[in-house]
Design a protein around this ligand. Structure first.
Ligand SMILES: Nc1ncnc2c1ncn2[C@@H]1O[C@H](COP(=O)(O)OP(=O)(O)OP(=O)(O)O)[C@@H](O)[C@H]1O
Ligand SMILES: [Zn+2]
Length: 731
């Protein structure tokens, strides 16, 4: 009889392979998805069993036994394990790191997968055997015993019912009541504070078209304020009634307490929340509760796509075009794309929503792969918002604002409404310069200028976080005065505070919202509906419902017209439409002012006159002609090094290896190595090599062979490099 099983284990290591260990039978039986503790080099690591191979490439006596089995039941169910293995292969990322990324931090560290419990007091068998009114002569104890006859209670419920700890202790001493630990359950009392709205015809057509069971991919393409959320809520309601769970993915900055509250007002079911602002313990319990089927709705950001579901019903991806769904470092996955795989695997519907769908998704909808559902009308507003382009060429601007924009802001405040100024740059001014000699504050570590911040007063590099003091005089020519050039949110805030001294100016950017608390208190203030001006970056753009904002001013959003990145125009259009969509969402007439030096640019003209769909069509046609994604599959190999020649040579060699596997052809194209658009960042020189293939399947076959060759190159150990499949940023 064998005393061991061979198990294959994925450990969190950058090595792109798994390792075999021996699993002693004294531990019980091995099942894929269980965590084990193993010796790995000098370390002890937590690994996950992925399979039980019949044999190993190594002789049995060379295999080490596992040190401990952590889970008696597999932590990863078969489908979650399968998702991770698929993702590791698709993104060519080490399996062990992928599996770890799917786990909350505490489980990653080896903590037991126990559901959080709470203490309840219940009546003992002995207590149940006593007649009503017992124990005699102890009225309060008898009353408490009667209270517990109706079910176990938490200590706080007992206290609230007027029983002191002493009474409880007395019963416990007599062994008439006992404490038990049970899984936390939420109880919901009273009526729901929000009932389902009556859907308008477009919403109702969309909802009916979404099949509640079986795999389908649905794009809810609805203008801003068209009531996409209401369709999500009613699609979720159907699943809850059938006893199933809903997984809702939202962009990073969209997961506010306001969003969560909207779900809690509608449904009396436990809601789990998974995002980086939730403490480790909370995330752990939300993950485990979803896995046990206790939380019925799970709302989370990118990594929540890995939440295990006991009764999967539907996956919703809100604002599917949002950049935050793609992880930009380490395991570079797209949660939106994995959601498609997951829905397919679980045979459930996927519902993606956006007012500005990504060109990838639109192209899938146009080709019929996704069901295309449209909402063309605002749901709660009878007015359509006007977008007015202001040609600022040669105009006198006050701190970046044209007089027409200023009048509109003042007008809105005078009428008791709210206004929003969008400017996609934080800090006070992006450039400080000496008027006498032209000196500028540059980051010593990056090819970038340092931004002047006033709160607190310092220079800050937005690319590497390098910070320094603001010089008193020009470091080169000693001239006493330095000029501040350009606009940041702080500067606009300061200017508007002087202009409108009695109106609150709320600045919302990464600096002013370091903690979730700060952001929430500002959102609460906006929700009061009192007049105020919001000044902010793209944090303000997404998903927020501000009923009292009538006027929106957009400054400098047109940089995307001239960027090296082929997605820049698409991203610019999404941002403009989303920001503009914050105006006039309910009773107030909305107006939007778009300030630009390029109002006659054909892309802007198309967007303003015919809307996002028309511009998207035009961009898609252009991409088709030059075979850019989504009409081809793309990967980027990036390399960086303190010695530029190393990074460059690495990519040159990598290209030669690639060409030895796959000669360049119109179906398989190479570009580069090229310097990144910011060549030096954080003292490292950055280059990239781009590959594009007409066939995704072909590219997928090629990648592992190529990586195997790259890993053999000596330079691969001397430069930092990474592979980005379906990159979102290509410059
Ligand atoms: N059927 C309906 N009847 C009345 N009001 C509705 C209806 N559906 C939605 N609304 C209201 O319309 C407003 C906008 O809805 P919602 O926030 O869901 O839009 P959205 O499409 O998600 O917008 P965005 O893409 O801009 O985030 C909300 O106040 C909502 O309560
Ligand atoms: Zn820097």
């Amino acid at each position: 009889m064998l005393e061991h099983t061979i198990i294959r284990v994925a450990v969190p290591s950058p090595l792109r392979r798994q390792f075999d260990y021996l699993f002693p039978h004294t531990f019980g039986s091995a099942v894929p998805g269980q965590r084990v503790q193993v010796a790995f080099g000098q370390q002890q690591l937590i690994g996950i069993i992925t399979e039980l191979p019949k044999s190993s490439d190594l002789p049995i006596d060379k295999l080490k036994p596992v040190l401990a089995l952590i889970d008696s039941q597999p932590l990863f169910d078969a489908s979650l394990l399968q998702l991770c293995l698929w993702a590791a292969n698709y993104y060519q990322h080490p399996v062990g790191e992928v599996l770890h990324a799917a786990l909350p931090a505490l489980l990653r560290a080896g903590e037991q997968a126990n559901l959080p419990t709470e203490t309840r007091w219940q009546i003992t068998v002995q207590g149940l055997g006593l007649p009503e009114g017992a124990p005699k002569g102890a009225k309060k104890q008898a009353n408490l015993l009667t209270f517990l006859r109706n079910g176990a209670r938490t200590p706080s419920e007992i206290e609230q019912a007027g029983f002191s700890r002493a009474i409880l202790k007395a019963l416990s001493d007599k062994q008439l009541a006992e404490a038990i630990e049970i899984t936390e359950t939420q109880t919901f009392n009273g009526p729901l504070s929000e009932l389902a709205l009556t859907l308008n015809p477009e919403q109702s057509t969309a909802l009916k078209a979404i099949k509640p069971t079986g795999f389908s991919t649905n794009l809810l393409d609805g203008v801003t304020g068209s009531g996409k959320t209401e369709v999500y809520l009613q699609a979720i309601a159907q699943q809850l009634e059938a006893g199933r769970q809903a997984l809702v993915l939202v962009p990073e900055i969209g997961l506010t307490p306001q969003t969560v509250a909207r779900f809690q007002r509608r449904f009396h079911v436990p809601v789990g929340i998974l995002h980086s602002g939730v403490a480790d313990g909370g995330r752990n319990s939300a993950w485990l509760r979803a896995r046990a089927g206790l939380d019925r709705i799970i709302i989370g950001t990118r990594s929540a796509v890995f939440t295990p579901l006991k009764h999967p019903g539907i996956i919703i991806v809100d604002e599917e075009h949002d950049n935050s769904y793609k992880q930009q470092e380490g395991f570079r996955y797209s949660a939106r794309d994995l959601a498609v795989y997951r829905a397919h695997q679980l045979r459930i519907p996927l519902l993606m929503g956006s007012a500005t769908p990504s060109l990838e998704t639109l192209s899938n909808a146009r080709s019929g792969r996704y069901q295309h559902l449209k909402l063309t009308q605002q749901a709660a507003s009878a007015h359509s918002t006007k977008v007015i382009a202001i040609d600022i060429r040669g105009q006198y601007l006050q701190e970046g604002l044209a007089s027409q924009s200023l009048e509109a802001i003042k007008g809105a405040i005078a009428k008791g409404e709210q206004a929003l100024v969008f400017i996609n740059r934080r800090g006070f001014a992006p450039v400080i310069m000496c008027h006498f000699c032209g000196w500028q504050a540059k980051c010593p570590r990056c090819d970038a200028r340092m931004t002047l911040h006033r709160q607190p007063y310092h220079l800050h590099c937005h690319h590497c976080d390098h910070q320094r003091r603001v010089p008193q005089q020009c470091p080169d020519c000693k001239a006493p005065e330095l000029q501040h050039i350009g606009q940041g949110t702080e500067r606009t805030e300061e200017f508007l505070s002087k202009l409108l001294p009695s109106t609150p100016i709320l600045r919302i950017d990464r600096d002013s919202t370091r903690s979730h608390k700060q952001l929430n208190s500002m959102l609460d203030q906006i929700a009061t509906g009192e007049p105020c001006v919001l000044v902010g970056t793209q944090m303000l753009a997404k998903g927020h419902h501000f009923p009292k904002v009538s006027t929106v001013v957009i400054l400098e959003a047109d940089g995307g017209l001239f960027s090296a990145d082929f997605r820049a125009t698409e991203k610019m259009a999404q941002l403009i439409v989303q920001v503009a969509g914050r105006a006039g969402r309910e009773a107030l007439q909305g107006q939007v002012f778009l300030q630009s030096h390029h109002t006659d640019h054909p892309y802007l003209q198309l967007l303003l006159n015919q809307g996002y769909a028309a511009l998207a069509d035009c961009l898609l046609r252009e991409r088709q002609v030059v075979e850019l994604p989504p009409f081809s599959a793309m990967v980027l190999l990036r390399a960086e090094s303190k010695r530029p020649e190393n990074a460059l040579a690495f990519l040159q060699q990598a290209r030669a290896k690639a060409e030895s596997l796959q000669a360049p052809s119109p179906q398989f194209r190479y570009l580069g190595p090229l310097p990144a658009s910011m060549e030096k960042r954080q003292d490292r020189f950055r280059f990239l090599l781009q590959l594009q293939a007409s066939s995704r399947a072909h590219l997928q076959q090629f990648l592992p062979q190529w990586l195997a060759l790259i890993e053999q190159m000596a330079l691969s150990k001397r430069v930092r490099w990474n592979l980005d499949v379906d990159p979102q940023e290509t410059h």
